[in-house]
Ligand binder design. Structure first.
Ligand code: SF4
Ligand code: FES
Length: 218
C-alpha cells in the first residue's frame, strides 16, 4: 500500500491514507495539528530520500525487513506499548479516547516546571552515536556514550549546524559543518560565549526520556 507514495505525495495524501487505517486500530491523529504537520513533513522528506515513509523518530537499521516495522503508521507492531502510553512513539497518533493530544505529548512524570518526554528506545541509538530529535518545537541532539545518554541543543552556535548529525569522540560531539566541538555532558565549547543548552536524560524500561521545561510555547 505504501508504494502508492512518491515525490508528488502531499501531507493531505498521507492524512487521507492514514486516518482510516489507524481508526481501525483505535487511533486518530494528534489534536495538535501543527505538530502533526511537522511530523508528516519530516516523513515526506524521508520519503524523498529513501522511497518509503519511515518514522521520523526512529533510526533505520538498514535491514529492509526489520525496517518494515518503522514504516508509518507502525501501530500494528507496537499495539501494547502504544496502548500503555496512549500514543505512538512520536505522538503523531493518539488513542481515540484522548481529547487533548498536547497534554499527552510525552508527559510521563512532572517534576516541577518540566516534563519527561519519551524520545526513542535506547537500543535504537548505538553507543558512540548521536542523533537529532524533535521535542515539541525544540531541536535536541541525544548522544550515547558508554552506558549513558546526554541531551544538548541540536543547534551549533557557530552557524546553526546540526549537532545531531555530528561526529562523536568520547564525550565530545564535533559539528559536521565546520568542526566546532561541544562536550555533550555540559554543552561547553572552547569558543567564547558559545556553550549550548543541555537537558536531563533518563532511561526507563529501555526507553530514553529527555526532560524539558514547560513553557507556553511547548
Ligand atoms: S511512531 Fe508514530 S510517527 Fe513513528 S512510524 Fe509509528 S505511528 Fe508513525
Ligand atoms: S555550524 Fe557548527 S561549526 Fe560551523
Amino acid at each position: 500500500m505504501r508504494h502508492m507514495f512518491n515525490e508528488g505525495t502531499s501531507i493531505d495524501d498521507l492524512k487521507e491514507f492514514m486516518a482510516p487505517f489507524v481508526a481501525r486500530l483505535g487511533y486518530k491523529f494528534n489534536t495538535e495539528t501543527e505538530f502533526v504537520d511537522e511530523v508528516l513533513e519530516s516523513e515526506l522528506e524521508i520519503l524523498a530520500q529513501t522511497g518509503d515513509i519511515y518514522c521520523p523518530c526512529r533510526i533505520r537499521s538498514e535491514d529492509p525487513k526489520e525496517d518494515l516495522k518503522i514504516v508509518c503508521p507502525c501501530i500494528p507492531f507496537y499495539r501494547d506499548e502504544f496502548a500503555a502510553i496512549k500514543k505512538c512513539w512520536c505522538g503523531l497518533f493518539i488513542l481515540n479516547e484522548v481529547e487533548d493530544g498536547e497534554e499527552l505529548l510525552g508527559v510521563i512524570e512532572t517534576p516541577e516546571g518540566s516534563v519527561d518526554v519519551p524520545v526513542f528506545l535506547a537500543n535504537d541509538l548505538p553507543e558512540g552515536q548521536i542523533r537529532h530529535v524533535k521535542v515539541g518545537k525544540k531541536d535536541i541532539a541525544i548522544a550515547h556514550v558508554g552506558d549513558e545518554f546526554f541531551a544538548l541543543s541540536n543547534v551549533c552556535r557557530h552557524a546553526f549546524g546540526p549537532l545531531g548529525e555530528g561526529f562523536m569522540e568520547e564525550h565530545v560531539v564535533i559539528c559536521p559543518w565546520h568542526g566546532w566541538r561541544y562536550d555533550v555532558r555540559d554543552g561547553t565549547t572552547d569558543h567564547p560565549n558559545a556553550d549550548v543548552k543541555t537537558y536531563p536524560v533518563a532511561v526507563r524500561d529501555g526507553e530514553v526520556f529527555v526532560s524539558v521545561e514547560v513553557k507556553p510555547s511547548y
